[in-house]
Ligand binder design. Structure first.
Ligand code: UDP
Length: 332
């Protein structure tokens, strides 16, 4: 029996595929390689190139492989882009998930763990955020992820699907041996953008807004290491295999860092001054997002290992130093 990782050539998907391989699981990866990289997929995984919006492709996959459970990362995930291209997000994130679920129902594959996000909450009522808190997304990306959660709920009620939604806070860091890491084109995330300055790829980092209601005026986020996220997916799938109920879990460290604090830590780790310029706010950004992950710890037995900002930035820095052009050289 195999685990199907959809979007397994992407950032969090590739780290999860590798963690599954290391745990001795039989892994199948599918990815359309629109934003993912073939080189990020572990050699031990069987790879299929295709799109989850293509029903015939998903049907073929579920017919050829003996799939026990699905881990679904195949989605677009950039807050800023979702505000200017909302229909792209509805198409890939919602229409893609609809096609996937149709095929899963038709083939009797009934377990799925999928990426949701802290962006489902919008501007939080309080921090740390609990899974039961109000969900009111302030950007289209979060809206489509919340709609995916709702879709799972109704499909579960009608067809007996079992699901876990994992609401990640800010994924970052890289595999500690630097074999795989974060590579987006264009890059939009804070830590890799900061690290482009000591790499000589940009002169400074732009800080998006210094007038938020936070102690230093910059946005506060809960940064969680990608390998800790990967472990949570394995635990969630095992939980479903053991008969666990449908559920939603936050995944974060429960500690918030401002943009300026992340910058300061990156200066310490890299030994580079990393100049910064204050710019306007970015559309759709809540001031503060910090998780309570007590539920994931209690119910799934999740225990983040790489929980210091220093370790997170060190692993990211090791990856970017050893792969200055990401996977580009390895494409093909
Ligand atoms: N950010 C910033 N400058 C950048 C990129 C991001 O100030 O060049 C801020 C952004 O406004 C947010 C935080 O850094 O408050 C984290 O942004 P990122 O895009 O990494 O993740 P998100 O919170 O959107 O998932």
């Amino acid at each position: 029996m195999s685990i199907l990782v959809l979007g397994g050539a992407g950032y969090i998907g590739s780290h999860t595929a590798l963690a599954l391989v290391k745990a001795g699981r039989d892994v199948v990866v599918a990815d359309n390689l629109e934003t993912g990289f073939r080189a990020a997929v572990p050699d031990a995984a069987r790879f299929y190139e295709g799109d989850i919006r293509d029903r015939a492709f998903v049907d073929r996959l579920l017919e050829q492989e003996n799939i026990d459970g699905v881990i679904h990362f195949a989605a677009n995930s950039q807050v800023g882009e979702s505000m200017v291209k909302p229909l792209k997000y509805y198409d890939n994130n919602l229409c893609g998930t609809k096609t996937l679920l149709e095929s899963m129902v038709a083939h009797g594959v009934d377990k799925i763990v999928f990426s949701s996000t802290a962006a489902t909450y919008g501007e939080p009522e309080r921090v740390p955020i609990l899974e039961t808190d109000r969900t009111c997304p302030t950007n289209c990306y979060g809206e489509t992820k919340l709609a995916m959660e709702h879709m799972m709920k109704w499909v579960s009620a009608a067809h007996g699907l079992h699901f876990v939604a994992l609401r990640y806070f800010n994924a970052c860091g890289a595999e500690p041996d630097a074999s795989i890491g974060e590579a987006h084109n264009p890059e939009t995330h804070l830590i890799p953008l900061i690290l482009q300055v000591p790499q000589g790829k940009r002169s400074h980092i732009s800080v998006f807004g210094k007038d938020y209601p936070t102690p230093d005026g910059t946005c506060i986020r809960d940064y969680i290491h990608v390998c800790d996220l990967a472990q949570a997916h394995i635990l969630a799938l095992d939980y479903l295999m053991q008969g666990g109920q449908n559920d939603v879990f936050n995944l974060g460290n429960g500690v918030g860092f401002s943009v300026l604090e992340v910058l300061e830590e990156a200066r310490r780790v890299t030994g580079h001054p990393i100049p910064a310029k204050i710019e306007d706010r970015r559309a759709g950004d809540p001031a503060q997002l910090i998780a309570s992950s007590d539920k994931a710890k209690t119910v799934l037995g999740w225990k983040p290992e790489y929980d210091s900002l220093q370790t997170i930035i060190e692993t990211a820095w090791a990856w970017h130093q050893s792969h200055p052009t990401g996977y580009e050289q390895e494409r093909g």
